[in-house]
Structure formats: C-alpha cells, structure tokens
Design a protein. Structure first.
Lengths: 319, 242
C-alpha cells in the first residue's frame, strides 16, 4: 500500500485522526486515536465493543468527536460538506434502509442524488453495480437475505463514487463462501485509488484482504501492521529417504534458509521469506536428481500479522 | 445549506414511496372520502346532512392532519427503527434537507389526497369558489402546525408505540376534535386553539366567505403557526436519529 510519510509537499492523507476521541456517557467509544489512512485497504479488527464502529461512524460523519481532530484530505468533514463535496461512501453494519423499496430503485435514487456531487473518483453506473453485486432481484429490501442486503449496502456505498469507502462488518452473518464472494466483488469494483476501511472480527477475512491491519482494544489502537515490526517464519517439512546431501540442497535454495534432518528421513526447512510453489519445486527437483522421492510436503507460517492480532483479541476478550 | 436539487430528489423519492403504501391510501383517501359521503348524504351526524362546502373543509382538515401528523409520525418512526435515517446521514443530504423533504412530502400527500376529495366533492355537487385556490397554502400551514409533533413522537418513542399513539390521536381528533361532531360553545372555543379545528375554520372561511379577512381566521392562522413553532422547536431538541 502506498504510504504518505506526511512531508509538507505530499498531498494530505485521505483520513487523518489526531488524538481522536469519542466518549459515551455510559463508557466506551474511542480514545486518543492517532491514525492516518491513504489509498488501499485497511482492516479494522477488534472484539465487540472495541470501538470499531465508533471509529468508522465518526469518520463517516455520523458521530461528533468529543476530543482531538479529524480531517478528510486535509480539511474538516464539515467544511467539505458545506461545499457540497461528498468524500465518504458508507455501508453500515446495522439497519435495512428503505425496506419497502426495491434494491435497484434505491440505487437509482442514490445515483440521482449524487448526480451533481463533486467526486475524486469516477462513479460506477447503477447497471454495473447491479450486475457486479448480483442485485437483479425484484424482491423488496425488507425481504432480502443477509448476503443480498450486505451486497446492496456495499453497492449503495460505491454508487457515490466517494474516494473514501467505509464498510462496517460487511461480512457479518455471511458463510465462508459468501464472504469470499463479497471480497472478490469488492476487489473487482473498488477503484485502486480509493481508501477503503473495513471492520471485521473474522480473522480469516484478513488473509483474503491482504491489507493493512489495525487492531483496537478498549477504544485504543493496540496494533498497526504499518508501524509494528511483526515478522513471520515459514516452514517446509517433507519426508524422503534418510541422509540426503543437505549442502547440495542448501546450494540449490536461496541463502538464509536453515535445513535439518529431524529424524530419519524427516526434513525441515526454515525460511524468513515466504515458501512459494517455485521454492517447493526447487526442493523436489533437487531430490529427484539424487533419486530421493519426496512425500508429505507441508508448509506452515508462524508469527506474522494474523498471529499477533489473534493473540491480542484473545487476550482482550469481549470488552 | 439546502440544495434545491437534492431536496427535490429526496422529496420525490419520499413521496413516491409513501404514495405506494396501501395504509396511506386508507388514511388519506378512503377515510376522508367516506367521511365526506357520510356528512353530506346521511343524517348520522347531528341528525341532518352537512352542507357540502362545510363537509369539504372538514375532510380537507382530516386528510391534512392524517398526512402531516399520523402518516409522517408512523413512517418516520419505522425509518428510524430500520436505521434509514442513519443511512441518510451517510449520504450527501443534510439533516435539514432530510427533514424538509419529509415535511414537503407530507404536504404533497395531503394535496394528493385533497385531489381525491375534490373529485368526490364535485361528484357530490360542490361548486368550487375562487377561495379554493388558497387551500394548498392552508394545507401547507396545516402540515407545518402538526409535523413538528410527528417528529417529536417518532424521534423519541419506539416504532410500535408511535404506531399505536399516532393512530389513537387520529381517532381522538376525528371523534373529539370538533371536526365531525360539534360540541358546546365553551368546548368549541377551546378546540379552536388546536390545529385540526383551526385549520378547518380557515379552509371553511376560504371556500365560503366572500368578504375580507375575518378576525377568527387570523386567530386560527396564529394558532397553526404557534403549534408549528413549538412542535419543531421541541422536535429539534429531543429528536433522536437512532
């Protein structure tokens, strides 16, 4: 993801939070959040009550900060709004807007509403969104399934052509296939220059998104993959005949790998770089050349963003 | 800042959605037309039939109250429950545009209902006067007088409670608002300080009188304006968007 380092000559961040605080009378909210978001995908993760929705709804202009500062492209959301500039497309977690309308009618109405709105990214047509999100149904919104409703909300967020896109738990209630489908559609239709913030509590989603990850606990930033030095170690284990010439295998592979024969005929290769198909092919080709048949190949990753976030969330529990 | 273009699009959307609702047809068209027929063609109320012009004023006041208060309160309450209002907060619409579009949509619904009443009135033998041209203005004032209280109700109570209360108030207005059944002088004088009877008085005067403004009409206009201001001030203070 392109990173803006904040030099004065650089364009301003799409979203800049400086000590951003939103407090509720009964407790909760977010506290002194310092985050910047630029083009690309950022996943906001956290347990229930961690402040994900509060952060996203504040950026969306639905909540008023009780402290700190929030700017969109260098200016306050209010000043953009007063000039008729719409910067944020939002799909909220809860609600079923206009339940007695049809999905396509809602999108056409929103398209008309945004017709004269100035935007930094091109607006997709309603026909394109209906096709991409499979919203050709004539069913009323109140009767849509969970998956259809989530797709409609995402399409409604996109129809504005806003450069900042906020999707609050877009995969809530979807099965694994439904989640994969939604991310595939988003990857296809969201312009690359968009700043997309997605909240989720499903860690598997992070693998699908390959994004920057921010974990919130108790309204504070507990982890940011952009600023944390989390590293992964990759392991390849395989079975072959005993006593393979390991120096020869070391020469065949890139430097920085550690190879060991654990027990008779069971080998382990440790790498700091991801082990991909080419890596495995090199190992298999080398073994084939020396007449050693390879079986039970297994690749694992230890550490990394997922492991760190999972540990944080398990530690935090439900807030 | 209110954008006339956004306001127009939002009003059109709200109006079309509401106009397709069958409950609105019952509340705004069927009940008023039924009342018009009962008042003019039967002696059920007060032992004698009501002159068509007076019945017409009554029915317009009823449909204006139904559109400006009952329908608006129920629709807004359910939009609040479905988080449609929060959804609108994420669009380019300002809050003022959202509220204004709802009020103008209710006014248009009342006018829409008024057209049906007009047709029914013509069929029942009413001859329109020049003063009838002012009716849309009085309808707008009538919607203004009660819509603030519709927002107040919708923005503070659960949707199911609003449904029950708004309908109960509608029935109370029909029965005891002085629109259909007449009461003694003292009670009527009191009811004239409430929007339904004040609106009826203005419309009745407008479509029947030939002279200049009457002091009672000016009082009725002031009553509607006062209720409208109080209702909107209270709504802006207590309305919760979610």
């Amino acid at each position: 993801m392109p990173l803006n380092l904040g030099h004065s000559a650089d364009p301003p961040w799409a979203v800049e939070c400086e000590n951003l605080t939103v407090s509720y009378p009964g407790g909760g909210g977010i506290s002194e959040i310092n985050l910047n978001f630029g083009p690309g995908i950022t996943a906001i993760v956290g347990n229930n009550g961690a402040g994900k929705s509060t952060l996203l709804e504040t950026i969306a202009g639905l909540r008023t900060p009780t402290g700190g500062r929030l700017t969109l492209f260098g200016q306050s959301p209010g000043s953009w709004r007063s000039r008729g500039v719409h910067h944020v497309g939002v799909a909220l977690q809860d609600g079923r807007p206009y339940p007695s309308a049809q999905p396509q009618a809602l999108l056409k109405y929103l398209n008309e509403l945004y017709g004269s709105t100035r935007s930094r990214v091109s607006r997709p047509t309603v026909e394109f969104l209906v096709e991409a999100f499979s919203l050709t149904t004539k069913t009323l919104i109140k009767n849509l399934s969970g998956g259809e409703l989530q797709r409609l909300k995402c399409a409604a967020a996109l129809v504005a052509g806003a450069p900042i896109l906020i999707l609050d738990e877009p995969t809530a209630g979807l099965d694994p296939q439904g989640r994969r489908d939604l991310y595939n559609v988003l990857a296809r239709v969201v312009p690359t220059q968009s700043t997309m913030l997605i909240s989720t509590h499903i860690l598997e989603d992070l693998e699908a998104m390959r994004s920057r990850v921010i974990a919130l606990t108790a309204g504070c930033v507990a982890y940011d993959s952009n600023t944390s030095s989390t590293t992964s170690v990759f392991y390849l284990t395989f079975t072959s005949r005993a006593n393979i010439e390991l120096n020869g295998l070391r020469s065949a592979l890139a430097q920085g790998v550690v190879i060991a024969e654990r027990i008779n005929g069971r080998y382990s290769i440790t790498s700091e770089l991801p082990i991909d198909a080419a890596f495995i092919t090199t190992v298999m080709n080398f073994c084939a050349q020396i007449g050693a048949e390879v079986s039970q190949v297994n690749v694992r990753e230890r550490g990394g963003v997922l492991a760190e976030v999972e540990a944080l969330l398990l530690e935090g529990g439900d807030q | 800042m209110i954008s006339p273009r956004r306001l127009f699009i939002q009003t059109k959307w709200e109006f079309l959605l509401n106009a397709r609702n069958s409950e609105q047809a019952l509340l705004l068209v069927i009940i008023p037309v039924l009342i018009l027929f009962v008042l003019t063609k039967t002696t059920i109320v007060g032992g004698e039939s009501t002159p068509i012009a007076l019945a017409f004023a009554t029915v317009l006041a009823v449909s204006t109250f139904a559109g400006g208060f009952t329908s608006l309160a129920i629709a807004t309450a359910f939009e609040r429950r479905s988080e449609t209002l929060v959804f609108l907060g994420t669009t380019s619409l300002t809050r003022a545009e959202v509220v204004l579009a709802k009020s103008v949509g209710s006014f248009l619904l009342a006018i829409f209902a008024g057209v049906f009443t007009l047709v029914a009135g013509l069929l029942l033998g009413w001859t329109p006067t020049l003063g009838a041209l002012l009716v849309p203005i009085w309808t707008a004032l009538g919607v203004f007088s009660v819509s603030g209280f519709a927002y107040l109700l919708a923005g503070t109570l659960r949707a199911e409670a609003v449904l029950a209360i708004a309908n109960a108030i509608f029935v109370l207005v029909l029965m005891f608002g002085g629109l259909i059944f007449t009461f003694g002088t003292r009670v009527t004088a009191l009811l004239e300080f409430f929007p339904p009877l004040a609106l009826k008085a203005i419309i009745e005067y407008s479509i029947t009188a030939t002279n200049g403004a009457d002091v009672n009409v000016i009082k009725a206009i002031l009553v509607l304006v006062a209720w409208g201001l109080v209702g909107h001030v209270l709504a802006s203070r207590f309305f919760k968007w979610r």
